[in-house]
Design a binder for this molecule. Structure first.
Ligand SMILES: [Zn+2]
Ligand SMILES: [Zn+2]
Length: 135
């Protein structure tokens, strides 16, 4: 059963066959700034295992060889490719999977650039929804 996913607005849809090569949570500065989020989950697939089934992502040159593919309508980040460092590979932003819990992340990467407080983020108080409002 292929993994399916897409952007927030539904303009872009994709599917990926088989299991990912790896699934990592990236803490690098490029991912953080690009996503506007403290970290980004990436599931790595052979490029030929992934196909866009609806729409056409826009491509941003985020570094010399790095390419970030995103929805031109809503801005959701979707894919990362780098023909120099990762030929034949595509990384999928795993939080855009229709079932983002299906494939657990396996590692944190690029923690040299991690936001300091993220190291202990799992120890923060947690609320099913929001903390109770004061008075
Ligand atoms: Zn969209
Ligand atoms: Zn990164």
């Amino acid at each position: 059963m292929p993994i399916t996913g897409g952007c927030h607005c539904g303009t872009i849809r994709y599917e990926a066959g088989g299991a990912p090569i790896t699934h990592a949570l990236c803490h690098c500065t490029d991912c953080r700034r690009s996503a506007g989020a403290p970290m980004v989950g990436w599931a790595m697939f052979p490029a030929d295992a992934v196909k866009v089934t609806k729409g056409a992502p826009k491509v941003y040159e985020s570094s010399t060889h790095g390419r970030r593919h995103f929805c031109p309508a809503c801005g959701s980040g979707l894919f990362y490719t780098n023909d120099a460092v990762l030929p034949g590979i595509i990384d999928l932003q795993s939080a855009t999977f229709d079932d983002p819990g299906a494939i657990p992340a396996q590692a944190h990467v690029q923690v040299a650039e991690r936001i300091a407080w993220m190291e202990r983020a799992h120890e923060l108080p947690s609320f099913e929804r929001y903390p109770p409002m004061e008075g």
